[in-house]
Design a protein around this ligand. Structure first.
Ligand SMILES: Cc1ncc(COP(=O)(O)O)c(C=O)c1O
Length: 370
């Protein structure tokens, strides 16, 4: 038998999330609510549906491998040169491209933990060392943990090619503030690329949480990752982008691009979504208002919930996590448990969140979290 590389054999097997239709059938209810993947609940934007229909008529052709129209639209929107932009098949693919571009075996990737699940796997596949720096307790009143940027900067050494800062952090929803992030960027040596993963940037309402694209200016070792999967409602199409202060970074990422991996329909949809930004902002406003209502409702039930700057909230229920998530599923609500740590709950529609809160009220005592 031909064996895969040990690093690949050691990767966890893919475990699909629960499908709401399957769960509903299994427990005999009409509909299950999925609050597990940080999608937005709105249907695709009307302009996106139109663009998809038009693009569908051309799917016998390969996509534009350089995504010129989308890259140009992003460059105009964010006031950068197209040479500073790279698009990818989701931000996850861009993370993989970054590791391919910068990490030889024996080098390292540093990041906070707990953070986005993909980060340790990224290092493993690249044959790089994952340097994980524990989160620290958040600000007073904020139960969820947050980045320890001083410790993260101290963990960077001359093997560290990438340092990933997920802001706001998935799954805790906490965000680092301007002064702390500027100090961090000043401290990281030039030979290490700082990747500000801003997948949830559009949901930030705290004015002191900096826009990475502004902080990046004048810092050639900083780049920003964003995605169309969350606020822009294109999770099913897979489009993300990277903006780098130094065009050489975008160039390195483009060199590791899997040819044609951003499909023609995805490119057309992303261009249409960008042109509908007003409607996207309005929808995001509804999500953040609902996030605040959900947070208050959970605190009212005695849960320690930190202010989230993303489109999800974090319930740090520790060793009750698995029981609570299973109990919620038995009430047709799918959340994202992190065993032994907590549950991440995506902000849904007010109706979906009420289904979740009702289910929580029903199961909390039995699951030992009331
Ligand atoms: C922090 C973070 N970064 C990146 C991504 C990847 O987004 P996508 O590959 O859908 O663009 C996610 C998705 O969940 C995320 O939470």
């Amino acid at each position: 038998m031909v064996r895969p590389r040990p690093a690949v054999e050691a990767l966890p097997a893919y475990r699909p999330g629960r499908n709401p239709a399957d769960l509903a059938r299994e427990i005999g209810v009409e509909r299950a609510v999925k609050l597990a993947s940080n999608e937005v609940a709105f249907p695709p934007l009307p302009a996106v549906v139109e663009a998809l229909a038009a693009a569908a008529a051309e799917t016998n052709r390969y996509p534009d491998n350089g995504a010129v129209a989308l890259t140009g639209a992003l460059a105009r929107r964010y006031g950068v040169d197209p040479a500073q932009v790279a698009t990818g098949c989701g931000a996850v693919m861009l993370l993989q491209q970054l590791a391919q571009a910068y990490n030889d075996p024996g080098t390292s990737i540093a990041f906070a933990w707990r953070s986005f699940e993909m980060y340790p796997l990224l290092a493993q596949v690249a044959g790089a060392r994952a340097v994980q720096v524990p989160l620290v307790p958040g600000s007073p009143g904020g139960a969820a943990d947050t980045h320890d940027l001083e410790a993260l900067a101290a963990a960077v050494d001359d093997t560290t090619r990438l340092v990933l800062v997920c802001n706001p952090n998935n799954p805790t929803g906490t965000a680092v503030r301007r002064a702390a992030l500027e100090r961090f960027l000043d401290a990281v040596p030039e030979g290490t690329l700082v990747v500000l993963d801003e997948a949830y940037r559009e949901f930030v309402t705290d004015p002191d949480v900096p826009d990475g694209l502004e902080l990046m200016r004048g810092r050639p070792n900083v780049c920003v990752l964003r995605t169309f999967s969350k606020a822009w409602g294109l999770a099913g199409l897979r489009v993300g982008y990277l903006v780098a202060e130094d065009p050489a970074v975008a160039d390195a990422v483009r060199r590791t691009h899997v040819p044609f991996s951003v499909s023609s329909v995805a490119q057309a949809a992303a261009v249409a979504a960008l042109a509908s930004e007003d409607e996207v902002r309005r929808r995001v406003g509804e999500v953040t208002t609902e996030r605040d209502r959900l947070t208050a409702a959970l605190r009212g039930r005695g849960f320690e919930v930190a202010d989230s700057q993303a489109n999800f909230v974090w319930l740090p229920v520790g060793d009750r996590t698995a029981d609570l998530a299973a109990a919620l599923e038995s009430r047709a609500v799918i959340t994202r448990p992190f065993a032994g740590e907590g549950i991440r709950v995506t902000v849904g529609t007010p109706e979906e969140d009420d289904v979740f809160l009702t289910a929580l009220d029903e199961v909390a005592a039995a699951a030992g979290v009331a």
